[in-house]
Write a protein that binds this ligand. Structure first.
Ligand SMILES: [Zn+2]
Length: 84
């Protein structure tokens, strides 16, 4: 759904909405990759290694340790990440 939202924001010249939708679109791709990896582990009968999860509060990027110094989507410092 985000590509349609991105296009509408471009047409309506809503730069803040455009940035939000682009961040969400990129973050959802990362989330999908994490879900795919976990699904494959379940299907193969293995379990995921327990690791801390980090969330970028600006764009919604999620990563597991080790995390980069800056968010790969919006460049927010890892100091701002929320750890779960
Ligand atoms: Zn981010």
């Amino acid at each position: 759904m985000y590509p349609e939202f991105i296009e509408a924001a471009k047409q309506d010249d809503h730069s803040k909405a455009l940035q939000t939708f682009e961040y969400a679109n990129a973050a959802e791709k990362v989330h999908g990759g994490i879900f795919k990896d976990l699904k494959e582990k379940v299907a193969s009968g293995t379990d995921a290694e327990e690791k801390a999860v980090h969330l970028c509060p600006v764009c919604g990027w999620v990563g597991m340790e080790p995390v980069p110094d800056k968010c790969p989507i919006c460049n927010t410092s890892k100091k701002a990440f929320k750890q779960f």
